[in-house]
Design a binder for this molecule. Structure first.
Ligand SMILES: Cc1ncc(COP(=O)(O)O)c(C=O)c1O
Length: 376
């Protein structure tokens, strides 16, 4: 069965008693025991809840893992992952990654003795050199946030395995419909489910899908021990979002290509980053490992002093952080999503004060282009 068919019916066959076609919201903290030493399989909703179980099972199947684990946010998922590492251990990480992940590594993990080493993961040789120095894990975003650089995930998975490092891919920008990290050799796929999986800018959640049962067991232990889990209502919203993931993504990425092509020809724009453009350095690599290019576009203004006028002038794009929802958003990474990265480091990476990031939603692309045309 195609993944889209599976997702369209996620949670639809769970409730045999009533035949409900959508997953019921089990809004309960605890579960009545049938007797001493007996359980229905559910005891307390931090440990497990049927609505969350339906979501976790759906995500595990979508990514081809042995287990899915859901969290109260993408950061809670990443935080859970860091509990696998001990003081004195190193991890190798994509250099231009989401600013919140950088903050987690620098302000939470580093003081506890876990060191993150940042490399350009689109440069396979640089990753190999970093892993050779010893690393417990390799964590990659591809395409990256916000510069949309593409890593060779198959090659990196071989390197990670050769060096005994756990290979984790933050697949938030792609979703399992466009890119399946575990099939490309990763050990864990991690998501901010607040983005495309939910898809409506109305829920904050995170997820992980794990290949190996022993690793999954440890992560599930940490998930329950710390308890940063999503409530049943949020799980239901995610199940509803997943049902339309395919149609949303198809439309969003077609519009993203239109917008990127329009920006390429505009004199006020000095550079456009979108892997769907044949001119993008990661275009061919992306074609070999994913079935699409996603709906995130970033671009550099020729005159960065125009940023404020553009952000206050847009009428259809919403000036907001986040991405992946039905409403198109424009973000200024340097002061929003990537504000926690030091200015010199941001400048070196190319996250400049004139770099704008667009999350293309479901509006008519002609209207989106007209909105940009008016402000540019
Ligand atoms: C690529 C990526 N990973 C992780 C996160 C963190 O997710 P959340 O905001 O759901 O905590 C984000 C948030 O923007 C993100 O863009």
């Amino acid at each position: 069965m195609q993944l889209e068919s599976y997702l369209a019916q996620c949670g639809s066959r769970w409730d045999d008693r009533t035949g409900a076609t959508t997953m019921p919201i089990y809004q309960t903290a605890t579960f009545r025991h049938p007797g001493l030493g007996r359980s229905t399989g559910y005891d307390y909703s931090r440990t497990g809840n049927p609505t969350r179980a339906a979501l976790e099972e759906t995500l595990a199947t979508a990514d081809g893992g042995c287990r899915g684990l859901c969290f109260a946010s993408g950061m809670a998922a990443l935080d859970c992952l860091t509990k696998l590492f001990a003081p004195g251990e190193r991890i190798v990480v994509t250099e231009d990654l989401y600013g919140g992940t950088y903050r987690l590594f620098e302000r939470v993990c580093r003081p506890m003795g876990v060191e993150a080493m940042y490399v350009d993961t689109s440069d396979t040789a640089a990753v190999e050199a970093a892993l050779a120095a010893g690393a417990k894990a390799l964590l990659v975003e591809s395409p990256t946030n916000p510069l949309l650089k593409v890593a060779d995930l198959r090659a990196l998975s071989r390197l990670a395995r050769a060096h005994g490092a756990l290979f984790v891919v933050d697949n938030t920008f792609m979703t399992p419909l466009l890119q399946r990290p575990l099939a490309l050799g990763a050990d864990v796929a991690v998501y901010s489910a607040s983005k495309y999986l939910g898809g409506h800018n109305d829920v904050v959640a995170g997820a992980m899908v794990v290949r190996d049962p022993a690793v999954a067991e440890r992560l599930a232990f940490f998930q329950n021990a710390a308890g940063a889990v999503p409530g049943p209502q949020d799980c239901w919203l995610l199940l509803r979002g997943l049902k339309t993931l395919g149609v949303r993504l198809r439309r969003q990425q077609a519009s993203a290509l239109d917008v990127a092509a329009y920006l390429c020809g505009h004199p006020a724009v000095s550079r456009v980053h979108y892997p769907g453009l044949a001119s993008h350095p990661g275009h061919d690599r992306q074609t070999l490992q994913a079935t699409g290019f996603g709906a995130m576009v970033s671009f550099e203004l020729a005159d960065p002093s125009r940023v404020e006028a553009i952000l206050s002038g847009v009428r259809l794009f919403l000036f907001a952080e986040s991405l992946g929802g039905v409403e198109s958003l424009v973000t200024l990474p340097a002061v929003q999503t990537h504000a926690d990265i030091e200015p010199e480091r941001r400048a070196r990476l190319g996250v400049t004060d004139g770099l704008l990031r667009l999350s293309i939603g479901l509006e008519d692309p002609a209207d989106l282009i007209a909105d940009l045309e008016a402000v540019l």
